[in-house]
Design a protein around this ligand. Structure first.
Ligand SMILES: CC(C)(COP(=O)(O)OP(=O)(O)OC[C@H]1O[C@@H](n2cnc3c(N)ncnc32)[C@H](O)[C@@H]1OP(=O)(O)O)[C@@H](O)C(=O)NCCC(=O)NCCS
Length: 141
């Protein structure tokens, strides 16, 4: 196995589209992906042998609310710890950009069956005794 190299804020729209298709989440619009990356707070990607192997990005207000998005690891590179490393690096960015004595929320919408992956990284599932369901509205489904 070749070395896995992690990069910050270098992922391209083409790489996002490639990874999204590779994990079976459909074909992304390249112009939309480009704008999405530019409007992200932080992106992490993993390269193996010069090829894109995975990515994740953070959106949010940069202070109170952060969301993890587009955590995609290409099938050939799954279960090697790359997803864990990418989320860990994203959480470090959030920690470094949050206010020490102020509540900071980190949210995400887990894909079906992927809850365990995030639970291992410290996330809790909603709904629970105190919190309602996460909700979503899809425009142009
Ligand atoms: C889910 C995903 C991001 C995990 O990334 P990964 O690099 O394969 O995960 P890791 O190797 O860091 O796995 C760490 C642990 O998470 C858990 N895990 C990983 N993939 C999982 C899966 N598909 N289902 C359930 N648990 C999983 C396992 O406990 C794993 O530890 P183990 O390999 O020792 O059993 C990756 O499989 C992926 O991109 N899937 C397709 C796209 C997707 O669903 N993305 C999430 C969008 S919310």
């Amino acid at each position: 196995m070749n070395d896995i190299i992690y990069y910050e804020n270098t992922v391209t729209a083409e790489e996002l589209c490639l990874l999204q298709a590779a994990v079976g989440f459909g074909q992304a619009n390249i112009e939309q992906a480009d704008k999405a990356i530019k409007n992200s707070l932080f992106c992490v990607s993993a390269m193996v042998n010069g090829k894109i192997a995975g990515m994740g990005r953070i959106i949010g207000d940069g202070a109170r609310i952060f969301y993890l998005q587009d955590v995609f690891i290409a099938p050939d590179y799954q279960r090697m710890g790359i997803g864990t490393e990418i989320v860990t690096r994203m959480m470090k960015f959030i920690k470094n950009n949050s206010f020490e004595h102020a509540h900071t929320a980190v949210g995400l919408m887990a894909a079906k069956g992927k809850e365990d992956f995030y639970m291992k990284l410290g996330f809790r599932v909603r709904p629970n005794d105190h919190e309602g369901h996460g909700m979503i509205y899809t425009m142009n489904p």
